[in-house]
Design a protein around this ligand. Structure first.
Ligand SMILES: Nc1ccc(Br)nc1
Length: 438
């Protein structure tokens, strides 16, 4: 029982109560905005992450990982992003300004730069990692989630985005989610760039404008107009920008920015590749997709539930300048982030979430102390064949009735290790189903 200066970990204790020295119990809840994963939740999370890995492996991506804590410098972008405004940052005991990572892409960019040009491009890396934000709990939202990221570094063409979109569709399909349930809106930030150029708006306000208009579906239009005005966008341009974001057809897009625009060419090529993958039913052009991260430079996309009950399921895009903002050379890159929370809400909505029971192949139990040693031997022999064995080690004949009852339901045979019954050790190994060895 651990005791420390300011924290006594003491459950209800007869001795303590007799002395009247009962301690107050610590709170058993995890820190605000965070989750525990008790076994049944952990089994579901493991199942989900296994699906993330299964798809990443199918697409020949290599797994990478990074520290949870990064230098704050990695995230101090000046475009007014929510993710930066909610940094879970602090000064460590060495006076370093650090932050719990709010996303994985900057860490990936840092690692790519660290490895330098020595590595052969393209890199196809994936990661699954916990990401953090410090949000005032007034909104009661979570402060951590796990994100699956897939990134392709070194491919300038939209072939990279097509691969990533195909990976996302492959994942949804593995979970029995269809294009009737989920759609993926695809656009390109070069659409907005072309509009801003029409109004002679300086490129250095481009990122800030993107971050502002990304909030269109979250804030009233007047607030967006006011923020654009504060960002130095002339009122005549504001109308043009908001109008451009309503486009949903290539014809209208060409009419606005011209058929020879880079955005049109890239989008048309991406949708043509999608036909090749057979994922065209999942995609739709929608100029309102901007995404809220400052560093996107081209294609942007996000998956949404067609019943519009949930927040974006995943999202991503091209970020060709990020490495150069960290002092590296301009390196073409694109990727997506896929959180572990909204997808579970969607699966529950669609009743696509199965149970995740604790499963064992065998339960071995000695009903008499004199049989404990042979029981341990049987458990080891069964385990050496790869069977999952619960060896009952608790005292007496108390059983894990939930396991035993399941066993009886599926039980095909019982071998009794008990002085009152003959002992057939070898029989224990001929049994191919769930075995209760008692
Ligand atoms: N970036 C971020 C981090 C943590 C959560 Br919860 N949501 C978004």
């Amino acid at each position: 029982r651990a005791m420390s200066g300011d924290l006594a970990v003491v459950a209800k204790d007869k001795e303590a109560s007799s002395k009247g020295t009962m301690q107050t119990q610590i709170t058993t809840d995890p820190p605000r905005g965070t989750r525990d994963f008790p076994p049944e939740d952990m089994r579901m999370r493991t199942w989900l992450f296994d699906k993330f890995r299964e798809v990443s492996r199918l697409f020949a991506f290599e797994e990478v990982d990074f520290p949870m804590v990064e230098s704050e410098d990695l995230y101090t972008r000046k475009a007014g992003e929510e993710i930066v405004g909610q940094l879970y940052n602090f000064e460590d005991k060495g006076g370093r300004k650090v932050a719990l990572r709010p996303e994985l892409t900057p860490s990936l960019a840092r690692l790519v730069l660290q490895k330098g040009r020595a590595q052969s491009f393209p890199l196809k890396w994936f990661a699954i990692g916990q990401c953090w934000r410090y949000e005032r709990m007034t909104r009661g939202r979570r402060r951590e989630h796990y994100q699956w990221n897939m990134d392709i570094i070194g491919v300038p063409g939209v072939e990279a985005e097509a691969e990533l979109l195909s990976a996302i569709v492959t994942f949804f399909t593995k979970l029995n989610i269809t294009s009737d349930d989920v759609g993926i809106k695809v656009s390109n930030r070069k659409v907005l760039q072309a509009v801003l150029e029409k109004y002679d708006i300086q490129p250095d306000s481009f990122a800030a404008v993107c971050v502002i208009v990304d909030k269109l579906d979250k804030l009233p239009r007047e607030e967006i107009e006011s923020e654009l005005d504060k960002a130095g966008v002339p009122s005549v341009a504001i109308e043009g920008i908001l109008q451009a974001l309503t486009l949903q057809s290539f014809d209208d897009l060409e009419a606005l920015i011209g058929a020879e625009s880079g955005a049109v060419a890239e989008l048309k090529q991406l949708f043509a590749l999608a036909e090749g993958y057979g994922i065209q039913d999942w995609l739709r052009f929608d100029a309102s997709v901007v995404r809220g991260l400052a560093y996107y430079t081209g294609t942007v996309f996000e998956a949404f539930d067609k019943e519009k009950k949930l927040r974006a399921i995943c999202g991503g895009g091209r970020y060709d300048r990020l490495l150069s903002t960290y002092g590296g050379q301009d390196t073409p890159a694109c990727g997506f982030g896929f959180g572990d929370a909204v997808i579970v809400e969607l699966l529950k909505e669609k009743k696509l979430l199965r149970a995740f029971p604790h499963e064992v192949d065998d339960v071995v139990m000695a009903l008499d102390d004199s049989l404990k040693i042979p029981a341990a031997g049987i458990a080891s022999r069964l385990r050496s064949t790869g069977r999952v064995v619960e060896l009952v080690i608790e005292k007496g004949k108390k059983m894990k009735w939930d396991v035993l009852c399941d066993g009886f339901v599926e039980l095909w045979s019982v071998v009794w290790l008990d002085p009152s019954f003959p002992v057939f050790y070898s029989a224990a190994f001929s049994i191919t189903s769930q075995t209760i060895v008692i």
